[in-house]
Design a protein around this ligand. Sequence first.
Ligand code: NAD
Length: 495
Amino acid sequence: MHHVQQLINGQFVDSNTSEWIDITDPATQEVIAKVPQTTDDEINQAVAAAQAAFQTWRKTPITTRARIFLKYQALIREHMDELAEILTAEQGKTIADARGDVFRGLEVVEHAAGIANLQMGDFVENVASNVDTYSIWQPLGVCAGITPFNFPAMIPLWMFPMAIATGNTFILKPSEQDPMVTMRLVELAVEAGVPEGVLNVVHGGKPTVDAICDHPDIKAVSFVGSTAVGKHVYERASQSGKRAQCMMGAKNHAVILPDANKEQTLNQLAGAAFGAAGQRCMALSVVVLVGAAGDWIDEIKAKAEGLVVSAGKNDKDLGPLISPAAKDRVERLIGTGVEEGASLILDGRGITVEGFEKGNFVGPTIFDNVTSEMQIYQQEIFGPVLCIMRADSLDEAIALLNDNPNGNGTAIFTQSGAAAHRFQQDVQVGQIGINLPIPVPLPMFSFSGSRASKLGDLGPYGKQAVQFYTQTKTVTARWFDDEASRGKVNTTISM
Ligand code: NAD
């Protein structure tokens, strides 16, 4: 049985723990590896290694740091097929989607290779006579990242490349449900030249997360995961004086106006509602049909019925949910929807997939006539379940979205530039797609979920991540020439 290792001070090491967590193939329930609940002592060793490495890493030339990421991006490309295969085995998503997961992380690595252009300070000459002021963006020290199960390649790569490129050292805590692809990416980072102690990996669940939040030598924590845990991490890390950013749960609405291109819109809606079995923080889990678009129900259902559910390695349309517990929860919520009076027009419960009878499969599921009081609307289901709602006008749809506390993503489908512009301006959601279902920005921007989907001002990757992982130091300097030395005491605040 494979035992997942930790990375402490440049060494891949086994844990001394007595507590091991099973990693299972979600399509078969076969235990494919075990991951340790890292001990307190091992967490302390990892932080001490990161603290020691910071003393030299922060002074390592920025060009040297950048070159590691040039090599790293090449290694990730070279190992793309292997990474996707590992990811699918432990996470369950299709091979094509697993490659997408790696690729969206790779884009951040490419961006980190340009760090010298991103971490530039400011300089103003002659703020007073012969006085210059400049600001420098210095790394914080030891930073940490806590990641969810649904993007085990992309989300770790949102975090440690930018943190390390800016001169910090890092402690990564991957999801205990699928840490193996993350570990393979970490091995490649070491191969690319990340020095010992600069990147460390510890494992486990709540005990590790709480130890990270409390550790006095960790300066900043990046978290991506559910809302309940994100709030806990934000409060606990802030209480111990850390900078924290938490990207959390969602309930993303698509708004379809009757003038939208029907075929394109329905294809995009089905992909974003049911792809990855609905386990994306940017999945479209609610669709608001405006006016005559309310008649498109049969076509939406037909698109969903056309999707094939199978083990991820068979590379069909959607794979299993991550665990039996996740499947039970999704099926229970579907039951709640029926009890609360929504119309279940497609039921994905109880499906079996030939050859994978023990898999955590739920097929595409659609509820019509959903209202905002229902549990299926109020909770993030995180499964392949689409809730259909209706509105008489765009204004009514916007009001509905703004009443929902979440603000991760939304998409409008229309041919009207004016309608799209109004939507973009008035809707209180951080990431908006116009005729585009999953508007996750590329790393020249930053992930910008908002309201209940985010705590902390700065998002991961891109420009905001450079700010998150650095602190500004401002220097005001005067160099006297010989003449100027004949001054007198100045007791005012003027320079
Ligand atoms: P999760 O909150 O259960 O786990 C996230 C991390 O927190 C894991 O590393 C886990 O070990 C740790 N953790 C779990 N329970 C904990 C507890 N009680 N105390 C302390 N730490 C704990 O999330 P998940 O199920 O792995 O991921 C799915 C969630 O993540 C969804 O809600 C999804 O919307 C969200 N998500 C958000 C974004 C975003 O950018 N907004 C991106 C991806 C996923």
